[in-house]
Design a protein around this ligand. Structure first.
Ligand code: UT7
Length: 320
């Protein structure tokens, strides 16, 4: 009997502190107008001192569990998509496991930068379909503010902190759930979006540096292909899509993908203006927002997509 990974609940968390473009313009050679025109971003949330990726992840996870009417004891798998772990080792997911009070199962991190949630979701889906776990928490959580050089205007204006989570459960005989995922990487893009350091190279985490134009060009091209290909694989037409829930790196990239799909803007979930690019957290944050405000409903067909450093990109089709 075919098993499907069904989303039972979503949750999210944003740190209290919010920093606007105008605040950044006070010390950086930038402006609200430049940032909005090039990215669509107006503000970003920043984690407080002593508030770590695991703390954000736990809050989002608790909300998702509550929405699913489950407790941590019902979970036997946690996959955390993050590129800003609390420590280099061990996996931050194990800290989340402990903080939630979950004592069984498996917990590990998935590193695919801004595509971390899509990769984690596909991995959890495979675990559930193979019977290796029954009920999973899939989380995207980041403290990007800790790997940003706040004096580099080309990156400081782009990122924010936050977390989003979903509870996934293996169910039989249902039309709902993850229909499929398409994941791709191309290591030739490694240097185009990376940090200036790492444990094995500089023994520091370093700061994000990016060849913005190269990443932009590759993102538009690869995402266009990834969304068309996944629809073709599942024999679905663009008209059947109810929602596009994209990674929120840049409004112009999202608009290009929606145009390729022929989707009107009303069917696209945007959160970038108030949250900026929260890397692996942006898709579950956007999904949770649209579920909670009643736009995304049970039975809707949702397409998620992300492009990231690596390069690593992908798309996922979900019947909610
Ligand atoms: O989430 C992972 C994936 N990441 C992405 O998808 C990001 C993809 N890239 C982008 O979103 C865009 O490339 C950026 C938003 C990062 C940059 O926009 P752009 O239109 O590609 O600008 P650019 O990098 O070509 O820079 C244009 C100009 C440059 O000045 P000159 O050389 O033309 O004089 C930059 O120095 O804008 C300058 N600039 C800024 N000016 C004001 C760069 N950053 C800023 C800034 N404020 N914050």
């Amino acid at each position: 009997m075919t098993l499907r990974s069904v989303i039972l609940g979503t949750g999210s968390y944003l740190p209290k502190k919010k920093v606007t473009n105008d605040e950044l313009s006070q010390y950086l050679d930038t402006s609200h107008e430049w940032i909005v025109e090039r990215t669509g971003i107006c503000a970003r949330h920043i984690a407080a001192e002593g508030e770590y990726t695991s703390d954000l992840a736990v809050k989002a996870a608790q909300q998702a569990l509550e929405a699913a009417h489950l407790t941590p004891q019902d979970i036997d798998l946690i996959i955390l998509g993050t590129c800003t772990p609390d420590h280099t080792l061990p996996a931050t997911a194990t800290r989340v496991q402990a903080k939630l009070g979950m004592t069984k199962g498996i917990a590990f991190d998935q590193a695919a930068v801004c595509s971390g949630f899509i990769f984690a979701l596909a991995t959890a889906d495979a675990y559930l379909k193979q019977g290796m776990a029954k009920t999973a928490l899939v989380i995207g959580a980041e403290t990007m503010s800790r790997v940003i050089d706040w004096n580099d205007r080309s990156t400081a204006v782009l990122f924010g902190d936050g977390a989003g989570a979903v509870v996934l459960q293996a169910q039989k005989e249902t039309d709902r759930g993850i229909l499929g995922s398409l994941l791709r990487t191309n290591g030739a893009g490694y240097d185009s979006l990376c940090t200036t350091g790492g444990p094995s190279t500089t023994q520091t985490s370093g700061f994000v540096k990016m060849s913005g134009r190269d990443v932009f060009k590759n993102a538009v091209q690869s995402l266009g292909e990834a969304v068309e290909e996944i629809l073709k694989i599942h024999d679905l037409s663009q008209d059947e899509l109810d929602w596009l829930v994209p990674h929120q790196a840049n409004k112009r990239i999202i608009d290009a993908t929606a145009k390729k799909l022929g989707l009107p803007d009303e069917k696209v979930i945007h959160t970038g203006a108030e949250q900026a690019n929260t890397s692996a957290a942006s898709i579950p944050l956007a999904l949770d927002k649209a579920v909670r405000d009643g736009r995304i409903k049970k039975g809707d067909l949702v397409l998620c997509e992300a492009f990231a450093g690596g390069y690593a990109w992908g798309s996922t089709l979900i019947r909610m």
